[in-house]
Ligand binder design. Structure first.
Ligand SMILES: [Mg+2]
Length: 161
């Protein structure tokens, strides 16, 4: 069985150890949208996070948004940011991640996934052997299905931490 243990578990996007990722050879970052970059059901990306995204690009990382959400929702969030994205990703399916790496021109060894959910972002990344980074969800208020998943996540995470 694929383990779901994230390679990195940080308290905020801003705490992701970029130097460590660079040393590992990571060039591309696949980033989740809902509850990773934006609050659930709100399309606005915080100024601080916009600055962090711009800084990533300055540091030479290639970024792509991979989301289970619709193109409309993703475009509403990314309006001012000129980032590529893959919508309707059906994570943890592998296809969207493979497509994202093709767009970035990176490989499983040079790509990391950043997201707030074990069962979609982390599991999807793990299935392909990508580096995985779990961040806490930005907002606690979530879709009911996600809330149930959170309880299961807690049980699994408690074994890792
Ligand atoms: Mg999410």
């Amino acid at each position: 069985m694929t383990t779901m243990k994230p390679d990195f578990f940080v308290n905020s996007l801003l705490e992701i150890p970029l130097d460590v990722l660079k040393d590992k050879g990571i060039q591309g970052l696949i980033i989740d949208l809902d509850n990773t970059l934006t609050n659930w059901n709100c399309s606005v990306i915080d100024k601080e996070i916009c600055k962090w995204l711009a800084d990533l690009e300055k540091q030479g990382f290639k970024i792509i948004i991979v989301s289970n959400n619709s193109s409309e929702r993703i475009e509403a969030s990314l309006s001012k940011l000129n980032l590529p994205y893959v919508p309707y990703a059906l994570k943890p399916g592998k296809r969207a991640f493979l497509k994202a790496m093709k767009i970035l021109g990176t490989t499983v060894n040079t790509t990391a996934v950043i997201g707030d959910q074990l069962f979609t972002d982390i599991l999807g990344g793990k299935r392909l052997g990508l580096t995985t980074i779990l961040v806490p969800p930005l907002n606690k208020k979530e879709f009911i299905g996600t809330r149930i998943m959170r309880k299961l996540e807690k049980i699994i995470l408690s074994r890792y931490l």
